[in-house]
Design a protein around this ligand. Structure first.
Ligand code: ADP
Length: 261
């Protein structure tokens, strides 16, 4: 009869809606699962690279008889470098995972941004000095912002470290701090090698490096910018990049002065 048909139709429609929603959820879970799988596979690959070198170095010492002291020392030095690399990757990974895990537990306090940035620059100046790179802060006014000091420091440190790493000898890094009534703006500009146009959209991806061997040589892991962006986004801010090959790169960070959870 009429009622039964109507009921059937209604149940049918509801079932379709539920199955639609279910399919959508499955689709979303698959995207999450795929990206997790990709991450795990990337991590494994990155961790294996130094391990492979370590194995080759150790094996070649093992199969040789009467290794000259000089050679032994050289190989051990290389081995030590690879261990250092592995350590750096693991530390960066831990930072990244910690960011994700504590996304809802920011330790927000009112901080003087001028002091915070000057502290970071002070720590990095000796490194910049080894290549005669000038590191200056231009702050236009005192700025106080509600931030998680540790996480914001890590983000800004990564940006300034990059500005030094991908710079030229005798170059400069200008950090500027500004604010309006709503936001704090931090700019990290360098006179470095720049980023090719096609690469710009990828630099925040985990493990992405424009020049793998160059980054490896200077001790990069490809995680620095992923960590930085994660920290800025947690503060409801945004980070952007502008670059020109051979001229330099500018990263801009905007974070709200007042944290809104
Ligand atoms: P890495 O550990 O390799 O430095 P990041 O995630 O910090 O990894 O950066 C990703 C890549 O973006 C780097 O390998 C480098 O190619 C490029 N990059 C980052 N910052 C700069 C910069 N200031 N100038 C030029 N290239 C940069």
């Amino acid at each position: 009869g009429y009622d039964a048909d109507y009921l059937h139709e209604q149940t049918y429609t509801e079932t379709m809606l539920i199955s639609d929603a279910f399919n959508k959820m499955l689709g979303r879970m698959k995207v999450l699962d795929d990206s997790r799988n990709e991450f795990v596979s990337n991590v494994s690959h990155e961790l294996k690279t130094p391990l492979t070198s370590m194995k080759v170095l150790a094996d070649s010492l093992l199969i040789q008889k009467d290794v000259p002291a000089e050679l032994y020392k050289e190989f051990m030095g290389d081995l030590s470098e690879e261990i250092e690399r592995e350590n750096k990757i693991i530390n960066d990974l831990l930072s990244l995972v910690k960011m994700d895990k504590t996304a809802n537990t920011l330790n927000i306090k009112s901080e003087n941004m001028n002091v915070l940035i000057e502290k970071i620059l002070k720590r990095l100046r000796p490194i910049a000095a080894t290549r005669n790179i000038e590191l200056v802060l231009e702050s236009f006014r005192p700025v106080t912002a509600e931030i998680d000091e540790m996480k914001m420091s890590l983000a800004l440190t990564n940006l300034v470290e990059n500005a030094i790493k991908y710079n030229k000898d005798d170059g400069w890094v200008h950090v500027s701090l500004n604010a309006d009534h709503k936001n704090c703006y931090i700019e990290v500009a360098d006179s470095g090698i720049g980023i090719p146009e096609g690469a710009i959209e990828h630099v925040f991806e985990r493990f992405y490096r424009v020049d793998k061997s160059h980054s490896r040589e200077i001790g990069g892991t490809g995680l620095g910018l992923a960590i930085a962006r994660s920290a800025v986004v947690m503060h409801r801010g945004a980070v952007r990049v502008y670059s020109q090959v051979d001229a330099g790169t500018t990263f801009t960070v905007r974070i709200p002065l007042t944290y809104v959870s």
